[in-house]
Design a protein around this ligand. Structure first.
Ligand SMILES: Cc1ncc(COP(=O)(O)O)c(C=O)c1O
Length: 393
């Protein structure tokens, strides 16, 4: 059974031996290989000093991007590591051309990650308008309504491939196809998709795709990745930029920035070399297991959470259709916030989101027994009243 095969990886993740770690939607567990990689980084810096730049540090954003690329169907060289999605968004939005006033619409959804929308709005010229597709149930977006909103007046569609509150999977291929038909472009947030559901930016002809490594890729904070369809690169003129985007960074020419034609066109300054070392063991493990096996197990375990929540009578704020559901199930029992605090006190790691509930996110390293224990604990906490200890006065 897939479950048994994947549980052999548990030993690679130290935290799993001391708590019930069901929070990979927030921060994936740290692979023990990170110790060695950070040690290698420290040794290189300590022993080589400035010469360490010659040991591959300059190329590291690309090296890491190339390791992530196969997990999302991207060609080598088309993915570059950046520091966080908010910065990557600003780099991208600032580089887009919004000068065609006949294309004044940007389509988003009410359930997108707010930071994406903050960055988007900050870069839009005054003539642009944001068209927000509402969610009627707090879980999903009406796909027909969303696709209909993408029309000839649309410049950009900016949404998440997987919605962070509910784990609803947006149909990336259809969205991209519709945008292409009407001459619009699409940027996806892939924070909750790469590493847990199949993603194929190449086959789907996606324009832009920005995701993070710290959740489902077990890569730790400080690393995101940005895919840009290679033929679009020359059309991008970044405002958030710097010497790493230059063809001749060591010419130190103050008058002219001659932008590179490859993914480094969207780089800016010195990358966080330590984080780029920490990212790699997690990405390596995901690649070795393969996303199809992870997805298969995830579908089964998220269904198990829903079945248990149904049995116990708790509201489920995630899609019931397995094809539309990614790796997280949000369960909304009574007193969900207080219950989530008590779960944490009992070393059952989950998180709580307002207007949603308790997010439970098993990854390939979790057992069915851990899922059952978490749901059982919710019942106990409500029954024994221990949730009251966390009531806000
Ligand atoms: C959907 C989504 N996007 C982005 C982020 C984080 O953004 P940033 O990398 O700018 O911190 C998160 C973090 O929880 C997220 O859930």
């Amino acid at each position: 059974m897939a479950d048994d095969r994947l549980l052999k990886w548990r030993g690679e993740f130290p935290i799993l031996s001391r708590c019930n770690y069901l929070i990979s939607n927030s921060l994936g567990a740290m692979p023990r290989g990170v110790y060695a990689n950070l040690q290698r980084y420290a040794d290189t810096w300590a022993e080589q000093g400035v010469s360490a730049w010659g040991s591959g540090w300059f190329e590291l954003p690309q090296t890491v991007g190339d390791r992530i690329a196969p997990l999302m169907g991207a060609a080598p060289g088309s993915v570059l590591a950046h520091q966080n999605a908010s910065i990557a968004n600003s780099i991208l939005f600032g580089a887009l051309d919004f000068s065609d006033t006949s294309r004044d619409k940007v389509v988003i959804t009410e359930l997108d990650f707010p930071s994406d929308v903050y960055a988007l709005r900050s870069w839009l010229p005054d003539h642009m308008r944001v068209h927000t597709i509402p969610s009627r149930d707090g879980i999903s977006i009406d796909i027909e309504e969303f696709l209909d909103a993408i029309d000839e007046s649309t410049r950009l569609v900016s949404t998440s491939h997987v919605l962070f509150r509910s784990a609803f999977i947006m149909p990336a291929r259809e969205i991209t196809a519709k945008a292409r038909r009407v001459g619009a472009q699409v940027v996806f947030n892939g924070y909750h998709s790469v590493g847990v559901i199949p993603v194929d930016v190449g086959a789907w002809d996606v324009d832009y795709y920005i995701g993070g490594t710290l959740k489902w890729l077990c890569g730790g904070p400080g690393g995101v990745f940005m895919y840009v369809r290679p033929d679009l690169l020359p059309s991008l003129n970044p405002k958030v930029t710097g010497w790493f985007a230059s063809r001749a960074p060591f010419a130190f020419d103050v008058e002219k920035l001659d932008l590179r034609q490859d993914a480094y066109r969207l780089m800016n300054g010195t990358p966080g070399i330590a984080s780029l070392h920490a990212i790699q063991p997690g990405v390596g493990i995901i690649a070795e297991i393969g996303v199809p096996a992870i997805r298969e197990k995830s579908m089964r375990q998220t269904a198990l959470i829903i079945a248990l929540a149904d049995e116990m009578g708790y509201e489920v704020v995630s899609p019931r259709d397995v094809e539309r559901r990614a790796g997280t199930v949000t369960v909304n029992p009574p007193q969900a916030y207080e219950v989530s605090c008590e779960l944490l006190a009992r070393e059952i790691k989950v998180d709580f989101r307002p207007k949603a509930g308790i997010r439970i996110a098993p990854h390939f390293y979790n057992s069915d027994a851990e899922i059952r224990a978490a749901l059982l604990a919710i019942g106990e906490i409500l029954a024994d009243g221990s949730w009251r200890r966390h009531q806000l006065s």
